[in-house]
Design a protein around this ligand. Sequence first.
Ligand code: GAR
Length: 197
Amino acid sequence: MNTVILGSGKGSNAEAVLRAQAGQLLGNARIKAILADVHDAGILRIAQENGVENHSLEGGSFKTKLDERTEEIWIEKIRLLDPELIVLAGFMRVLKSPFLDAFGGRVINLHPSLLPSFKGLDAINRAFEYGVGITGCTVHWVNEEIDGGRIIAQSPVRIMTGDTLEMVEQKVHAVEHMLLPAVIRDLSTGAIPFPET
Ligand code: GAR
C-alpha cells in the first residue's frame, strides 16, 4: 500500500512509522514519500536519514490552509506518487474537498486528544489546563470539518495529579508513536476497511 506522509514539524511520528516499516511491522504499507510545507521541518531530515523520497512544497498565501493554486500544486505532486493512503502526521493545514476528493477520501489524520474533545490547535495543553483525568490521541478519517471525520482508533493517557505539561506531552507522544503505525498496518492488511467511495 503506497503511503505518503505529510507533516510540518519535528516528525517523531513519521520516524515511528519508518521504524515500524524497518521492523517489518507495517503490514503491506510502504512509505513512498514524505512532504512538508516548512522547508526546514525536522520531518524532512528524518526522511533523508531514512533514505525516503522527500519534498518541501510552498504553503502559499495562508497559514492554516492551502490557497487554490497551491492546493493544485500539492495535488499534482502527490498524484505522481500514486498513493493509496495519505497520512497527516503533524501537518498543520486544513485540507478541503478538492484535495480530499482527488484522493478518494483516503486521508487520515493523527490528533493529540481523545476526539471529539479538544479539536484544533494546542490540544494537549488545553486538555491539561482543563484538568481532564484522561486524554490521549486519535487517528481519524479527514473530512471537511476540522478534526471531525470518523474516528478510526484511539489510545488513552492518564493524567496524574503530579504530572507536568511536559510529562503529559511525552505520554501522548508515546501512545501516538504506537497507534499511528498500527493503524497504517491494519489499513494495509484490510483489518481496518477504507471508506466506500
Ligand atoms: C503530533 O502530536 C500530532 O498529533 C499533532 O502534531 C504532532 C506532530 O508531532 N497534530 C496536530 O496537532 C494536528 N492538529 P511530530 O511532528 O513529532 O510527529
